[in-house]
Design a protein around this ligand. Structure first.
Ligand code: SIN
Ligand code: FE
Length: 319
């Protein structure tokens, strides 16, 4: 069950916090929701709620599952997160000595990516065909006690922001599946961006200054010459500052009211991780596919993190 347990006294359904909406009905290519229902799903997601599918709609055959659980593997391929780039049909995060595993993992992640696209295309019709398909990932490592540098720690509450892949205002929608046969994946969430964001954005230094036209021209030129990060949109700059500041703030991490969610074996869930502050505490073996949803496809663009930050800034934050 996806349940808010009283880890620090905030239950589901409280204003400013996420709700978990459990969807028992079986949706697939043959049974897609009517358009109003699909819009309602999008509206719930955009409001910072979690859609849970207690029985994953993604079919993963036993042989694929067995390989992913890595019972027979000892390679380091099963000791890191593995990213899959659908557009290039390639995986990253493996050494050259791991080519045998690489080919197999690529096939398994390609399957997950394609099945996720098929499922979301039927369920979230307002977004269908409008998204940019981002990376998929395989997360084979136990999250409890997982070592990582501060800004890479996923057991600290944060809103997602990709340091090297600016979205320029597009939303980060992630579709997870817990393939662990026995262990829940455990998350904390806290205030959504609609509540947290405006307060945070008013602090000095969160929204970058406009910059002189000379600076902008120089940055544009650097970007045309292929200098990475030369033209990072102010939106991404702000979201990245927010991500880092949250992880650096030990007092916030300790004292902010939280909700705890347990995603059971063989469940799937989807969430806009740029407006739901989240942390993963426990769990091993998850699959995930990321979709970047453009502003133009949103059902409620006025409540997106971009709109919230631009409301505080009083100017456009995209380029
Ligand atoms: C994260 O996006 O911070 C991690 C979520 C997860 O792996 O469950
Ligand atoms: Fe995250």
């Amino acid at each position: 069950m996806c349940a808010a347990t009283p880890s620090s006294a905030v239950a589901g359904g409280v204003a400013g916090f996420s709700r978990c909406i459990s969807i028992e009905e079986k949706f697939d290519a043959q049974n897609i929701p009517p358009v109003e229902r699909a819009r309602e799903f999008c509206r719930e997601l955009e409001a910072g709620n979690i859609l849970l599918f207690p029985e994953s709609p993604i079919r993963i055959p036993a042989d694929e599952r067995e390989l992913l659980l890595g019972r027979k593997q000892t390679s380091s391929a099963y000791h890191k997160n593995i990213a899959y780039r659908p557009k290039e049909d390639r995986i990253t995060g493996l050494d050259s000595s791991e080519q045998a595993e690489a080919a197999e993992l690529r096939r398994l992640l390609k399957n997950y990516s394609e099945r996720s696209v098929e499922f979301l295309s039927g369920l979230l019709t307002p977004y269908k065909g409008k998204w940019k398909l981002d990376y998929a990932s395989f997360r084979p490592i136990e999250e409890k006690g997982r070592p990582a540098r501060l800004h890479a720690r996923n057991d600290l509450l944060h809103f997602d922001s990709f340091p090297t892949r600016p979205t320029n205002g597009a939303r980060i929608l992630r579709f997870f599946t817990n393939i662990n046969p026995v262990q829940n994946r455990v998350w904390l969430t806290a205030e959504t961006f609609a509540t947290f964001g405006p307060r945070f954005a008013k602090k000095t230094g969160v929204i970058p200054p406009v910059g002189s036209s000379v600076t902008r021209a120089a940055r544009l030129l650097a970007s045309k010459l292929g200098v990475p990060g030369a033209m990072k949109p102010p939106y991404d700059e702000s979201m990245h500052r927010c991500h880092n500041a949250m992880k650096e703030d030990a007092a916030y991490q300790e004292s902010t009211p939280k909700q705890r969610w347990e995603f059971p074996p063989n469940s799937s869930w989807m969430v806009f991780t740029d407006c739901v502050s989240h942390a993963v505490l426990e769990g091993q073996y998850a699959l995930e596919q990321t979709f970047l949803i453009p502003q133009s496809a949103l059902v409620e663009p006025g409540s997106s993190p971009l709109a919230i930050l631009e409301g505080v800034a009083g100017r456009a934050l995209t380029i």
